[in-house]
Design a protein around this ligand. Structure first.
Ligand code: ADP
Length: 611
């Protein structure tokens, strides 16, 4: 018995519940795909957003490039004049014809504000201003050292840096004047107002923050669409990426000029996605810059939504998984509870599980097992009962005969024989007690313990028991105290059984006491019950002994108890009796100091009569 108890105690602690495991698996299986899916969606959206940004920027830049090219075709193209003669220098052309050519030029493009004609040596021959008209001869200059004249003399088109004037921004263009054999015979130069071009460029926007920058290869910003911008603040040099880009493209053959798409920090310190494209036949670059936060707003929003969605799904899955896990493990928990009850000997306490699967089968097996165990237990109880019952008559007979021999042959018995007979009498007494206890236990187990409750005078009963057991406690020189409780109400109990309880407790208090110790018996009324205490100043018990006290056949194993005779069944019977009568029993004990056994019984209703 003790062995078994120990084994139960040493069972390892449970390692997490099945429900948590099932829930964890469910979560694992469902959450991983959700996270993976969200991740893929975010990735795809990012990619799509990137493509979209790239496409929009390219489109806008291309469109603006076409507009710029058209503008310069209409202005610089106008200055590309060919003299339909085989002459060596434009000076040969009569003045009125030259002036006609210049007037024609101004008429053809409204953006050209003024036009000048130089001979092959760079001497200005004529100048026509849209507002002022032809210049005086003395105002004409020697332009041979001017950069634009040198470039045009060499047969190249020349575009000056942008010039800011009160009337607006200008750019000077110089074109070589060719004769019919493609020889440069002079230079035609014009000042071109960039007003319309700037307006066109300023209409180019991307999203709510993206803009266009239009600048020349030499790094001068010509136009832009960035709102509320202090123009003087724009220096292409402050955008290292674009400066490098312009430089790399400057001077390159038009077919070698390359476009570029990348992310960098703009002149205003924002991170932008930029696309720059050099114009094919002009020394200009158009770049689109789109701040990353605006350009990727869509994907960022989707990212946030995906995150929120994932979290919501996660919480939902968490809840569902716990519900599912509960459903799955509920029958298993019921089974466990059942197995536990069977282990405690409660064979009738079964629940039918209706799951229509192996779990139900297991439950049915468990019920069959409980039934078999119940039968086995009944058989065993029956056996103990019959054995004890059959033993009772012989041991009682032996008891009677020995007493008779000892009494009737007191004088004739030799000393040794008498001594031996006394030993036999003591052993037989133990046997009688054991048989009695076994019968009682068997009755209790089989539910055959018969009780007839009626109001009992506890005080009178206690006093009788104390006095009946006087020889016992006097032998040990114990001081017995009974404390009266005036007006103690009657308790509802079976008279014989109550007496048995009191005899058991008082004799235990005597047996497990020290010589000249004390026993105190008193009553109390607590919550509609009468509590009777039996306290002793004896050997007491350790907490682990107290725990097992009411188990069948339990006896504390120590030097103090070993010499005391007993069966280990008394307190088991006491507990059964008290509980059957609707009461409770408790113990408080300390090793070496003594124990107090207290049992409570219901107070008898007033109208019930005492017997
Ligand atoms: P028994 O007295 O026949 O051995 P019980 O069921 O009456 O059987 O008691 C069980 C065990 O509890 C005893 O063997 C003893 O170890 C312990 N015990 C019972 N009463 C006392 C007590 N008053 N003081 C100390 N130990 C006790």
């Amino acid at each position: 018995m003790t062995e078994q108890v120990k084994q139960t105690e040493q069972k390892p602690k449970k390692r997490g519940t099945l429900r948590t495991k099932v829930a964890a698996w469910f979560l694992f299986v469902s959450v991983i795909p959700i996270i993976a899916m969200s991740y893929i969606v975010v990735l795809l959206v990012n990619l799509a957003n990137e493509r979209l940004v790239e496409e929009l920027e390219t489109q806008l830049v291309r469109q603006k490039s076409r507009e710029v090219e058209k503008f310069f075709e209409e202005t610089a193209g106008v200055l590309e004049v060919r003299v339909p003669l085989e002459i060596g220098d434009v000076t040969i052309v009569p003045e009125n014809q030259r002036r006609l050519l210049m007037e024609e030029t101004l008429r053809e493009s409204k953006a050209i504000r003024s036009v000048s004609l130089y001979d092959v040596n760079g001497q200005e021959l004529d100048r026509l201003d849209r507002e002022v008209g032809f210049a005086n001869d003395r105002d004409l200059i020697d332009g041979s050292q001017l950069e634009k004249i040198i470039a045009a003399q060499e047969g190249r088109s020349y575009f000056s840096p942008v010039r800011q004037t009160l009337e607006g921004a200008y750019i000077s263009i110089a074109q070589p004047l060719k004769n019919s054999t493609d020889t440069t015979v002079g230079v035609l130069s014009g000042d071109i107002a960039l007003t319309t071009l700037r307006r066109d460029i300023s209409y180019g926007t991307l999203g709510s923050k993206g803009y266009i920058l239009f600048f020349s290869d030499d790094g001068n910003i010509i136009a832009h669409s960035r709102s509320a911008l202090d123009e003087s603040a724009i220096r292409i040099g402050s955008i290292p990426y674009l400066a490098q880009f312009a430089q790399a493209n400057a001077g390159a053959a038009s077919s070698e000029r390359v476009a570029s798409f990348t992310q960098y920090a703009s002149a205003w310190g924002e991170r932008v996605v930029g696309y720059a494209e050099p114009l094919r036949n002009l020394p200009f670059v158009i770049a689109a810059e789109w701040p990353v936060d605006d350009a990727f707003r869509l994907s960022r929003e989707i990212q946030t939504q995906a995150l929120v969605f994932s979290l919501v799904v996660l919480v939902a899955v968490l809840l569902i998984s716990f519900l599912v896990a509960r459903r799955v493990t509920q029958p298993i928990r019921i089974l466990r509870e059942e197995a536990k009850r069977i282990g405690q000997g409660k064979f009738d306490d079964t629940i039918d599980i209706k799951t229509n699967d192996e779990i139900q089968e297991l439950d049915e097996e468990l019920h069959d097992m409980a039934e078999a165990l119940k039968q086995l237990q009944q058989l065993r109880e029956e056996f103990v009962f019959i054995a004890a019952h059959e033993l009772r008559s012989p041991v009682t007979a032996i008891k009677g005969y020995i007493s008779m021999i000892l009494e009737e042959f007191t004088d004739t018995l030799p000393g040794d024989t008498r001594h031996m007979l006394e030993q036999v009498q003591r052993a037989n007494q133990h046997l009688v007690q054991l048989v009695q206890d076994l019968l009682e236990v068997a009755r209790s187990d089989a539910g055959r313990m018969k009780l007839e409750v009626s109001p009992q005078d506890l005080a009178a009963m206690a006093k009788t028991v104390i006095s009946d057991l006087k020889p016992l406690w006097e032998e040990k020189k114990l001081v017995m105290t009974y404390q009266e409780y005036p007006g103690l109400p009657s308790a509802l109990a079976d008279a014989d059984k109550l007496r048995e309880v009191l005899v058991n407790l008082v004799s235990n208090a005597t047996k497990y006491n020290r010589d000249a110790g004390t026993i105190t018996v008193w009553h109390e009324v607590v919550d509609k019950t009468v509590v009777t205490h039996v306290a002793d100043s004896g050997i007491g018990m350790a907490p682990e002994e107290v725990e097992k006290l009411f188990q069948k056949f339990y006896r504390a194993e120590n030097t103090d108890t070993r010499k005391v005779q007993g069966t280990g069944l008394g307190l088991f019977i006491v507990k059964q009796i008290i509980e059957k009568m609707g009461g409770q029993i408790r113990v408080s004990s300390e090793r070496g100091k003594g124990s107090t056994f207290s049992f409570a019984l219901p107070i008898a209703p007033l109208e019930a009569k005492s017997n």
